[in-house]
Design a protein. Structure first.
Length: 297
């Protein structure tokens, strides 16, 4: 394939301000929340404690939804959540404007299948930091759910596609109804901008290992990113995840804090999560032990 053809066909070569077909509203949303964030920080640089705690709680619960429900449970089948808990987490994930589950899972599975190649949904190796961090959200044509997420093409997940827009509008303006102008900015746009960038670092910064050839996994762990991700803390151990995507646990060392794993253990203790898949090395030891018992029996 000639370089001219590649340049003409790859979505990251289009101007940054030009969304792909059907993504105009997504682009408008991203621009709008950033403008509102700047205005909000000028008018209300320090929020009240009630506003701050509300924004923090919503961001954290939505982060758990992204990491535990969307990523570990739905995308990788590393655990199975109680249906009520699953749909509560889906609601709060959409309230963080992280997308509805079918599209999210389709894009993520596509990414894992073609990581760090030209066909990767969000590769910084080919599109650069800006593409991997935010541009792919409104310039990627989308991953076909029928191919990448057929298990989610069911009414119980499809309903969230219809509910996504009103939930995002509630997320953006609901804080204003509760707390006035300060809540409008801090519980709305400022929280949404913070959450967006905290989670997008997984696609960009955590895939920027230099000097690797085409198609070689560039994922890496960055410890200091974890606290900035609130409820999604654990996603920063991204190299661990790519090494063993089937595991529900991302932190592998005692010092690798994994909030998502803590939530999973808590839910399991309440019988609200089951079929939790442990890291590869533990699964291998368990299989070997079962095999030895079978031989000795």
């Amino acid at each position: 394939m000639s370089s001219t053809r590649v340049t003409a066909e790859q979505p990251w070569t289009r101007p940054w301000w030009k969304p792909s077909e059907g993504n105009g509203l997504v682009f408008l949303y991203i621009v709008s929340i950033h403008i509102l964030t700047i205005v909000g920080l000028v008018l209300f640089p320090i929020p009240s404690w009630r506003v701050a705690l509300t924004a923090l709680a919503l961001a954290s619960i939505g982060g758990v939804g992204t990491s535990v429900c969307y990523h570990r449970a739905l995308a990788h089948k590393a655990l199975q959540l109680n249906p009520i808990v699953e749909h509560i987490l889906i609601f709060f994930t959409i309230l963080n404007a992280s997308g509805e589950p079918i599209t999210w899972v389709a894009n993520h599975r596509n990414h894992h299948s073609k990581a760090d190649t030209e066909d990767d949904v969000s590769s910084p190796r080919h599109g650069g930091f800006g593409w991997a961090h935010v541009r792919w959200v409104y310039q990627w044509s989308g991953s076909d759910p029928r191919r990448w997420a057929p298990d989610l093409c069911k009414p119980k997940y499809q309903i969230w596609q219809k509910l996504q827009t009103p939930i995002v509008l509630l997320s953006l303006f609901g804080g204003g109804l509760l707390f006035g102008w300060q809540g409008l900015f801090w519980v709305g746009a400022i929280r949404l901008v913070y959450v967006m960038h905290g989670q997008m670092f997984v696609n960009s910064l955590l895939h920027m290992t230099p000097g690797l050839p085409e198609g070689v996994d560039s994922s890496r762990n960055i410890w200091w990113l974890g606290p900035l991700q609130l409820g999604a803390w654990g996603e920063n151990w991204h190299r661990n995840h790519h090494f063993d995507a089937a595991s529900a646990r991302f932190g592998r060392r005692w010092w690798q804090v994994d909030v998502g794993w803590g939530v999973i253990r808590f839910l399991k203790s309440l019988h609200l999560a089951k079929n939790v898949r442990l890291p590869k090395e533990i699964r291998q030891r368990q299989s070997a032990a079962i095999a030895r018992q079978a031989e000795s029996g």
